[in-house]
Design a protein around this ligand. Structure first.
Ligand SMILES: NC(=O)c1ccc[n+]([C@@H]2O[C@H](COP(=O)([O-])OP(=O)(O)OC[C@H]3O[C@@H](n4cnc5c(N)ncnc54)[C@H](OP(=O)(O)O)[C@@H]3O)[C@@H](O)[C@H]2O)c1
Length: 253
């Protein structure tokens, strides 16, 4: 896939945060964007804001029915499928002593298995278009955020998965890449009931000095990096850090 215009892009988690910004960016570049998520009102607001280049589908990607609905909506809206962006994700923070098995299974289901299955169920269409898959990891694989082992482990799985799937699918012309964002405004912690919107904003501001470029990022900056990954025809298996230097873990000596 060498151009965004008229391409068909399916975005899981397009109703808020990074997914929302990515949908707005690619639609503005002329792509036919399909967004999915569980909260209809969020998806509808994004789709209304974007206009005819975007359709939404209320779908929980941890269910096969939801995934197939999302794929068929994208196939219809975009007349095929050129890129699958696995952006949906959830947070689960707990110290080791307090881990709950059902919550661990839930987080691996939404953050890892759902994207794997969505990729599996999309693959025949991506082969037809010589398209690509993007996973979204996190700076949590670069720096140890104490007490967030479930989330960090799920993101580590996505980076490993990217390499293996890139190898597996390369000969069929499908590329698989991964982006590793630093701090960007989103709803992941609020949805997990960890912080209010105000507390989440304060937390992000506190992280600013940890970014060597002196600020948090924007969803559009993540979108532009994804744009590179889905149009770069000789790039597969890449794990691309787009984090303002947060992942460097710089020490002033
Ligand atoms: N923001 C950051 O600083 C940051 C940094 C590094 C990585 N990331 C990653 O970037 C991605 C987006 O995060 P964000 O911060 O933008 O959070 P966000 O605003 O909460 O976006 C995540 C989206 O995923 C959707 N989602 C969750 N579970 C789903 C499911 N089972 N089926 C369908 N949709 C589902 C949510 O919508 P519903 O609840 O309506 O389904 C939500 O819109 C995540 O993978 C996150 O781990 C974020």
């Amino acid at each position: 896939m060498s151009q965004i215009k008229e391409s068909s892009i399916l975005i899981s988690g397009g109703g808020s945060g990074i997914g929302r910004g990515v949908a707005i960016y690619f639609a503005s570049q002329g792509a036919k964007v399909t967004i999915c998520g569980r909260r209809q009102e969020k998806l509808k607001a994004v789709s209304n804001q974007i206009g005819t280049n975007c359709v939404f589908v209320q779908a929980d990607i941890t269910s096969k029915e939801g995934r197939l609905k999302a794929i068929s909506t994208a196939l219809e809206h975009g007349k095929g499928l050129d890129a699958l962006l696995n952006i949906a994700g959830n947070m689960y923070r707990k110290n080791l002593e307090d881990l709950e098995e059902d919550k661990l299974i839930e987080i691996f289901h939404s953050n890892v298995i759902a994207g794997m299955m969505l990729s599996k169920e999309s693959i025949q269409y991506l082969k037809e278009s010589s398209g690509s898959i993007v996973f979204v990891s996190s700076v949590h694989t670069r720096r140890a955020f104490t007490g967030a082992s479930p989330y960090a482990a799920s993101k580590g799985a996505l980076e490993t998965l990217t390499k293996v799937l890139a190898s597996e699918l390369g000969p069929s012309g499908v590329r698989v890449n991964c982006i590793v964002p630093g701090a960007v405004p989103g709803e992941i912690n609020q949805r997990a009931g960890l912080f209010s919107d105000t507390e989440a904003k304060i937390r992000l501001e506190k992280l600013i000095p940890e970014h060597r470029l002196g600020r948090i990022g924007t969803a559009e900056e993540i979108a532009k990096a994804i744009e590179y990954l889905i149009t770069a025809d000789w790039t597969t298996g890449a794990i691309l850090d787009v984090d303002g230097g947060l992942g460097l873990g710089a020490i002033k000596d």
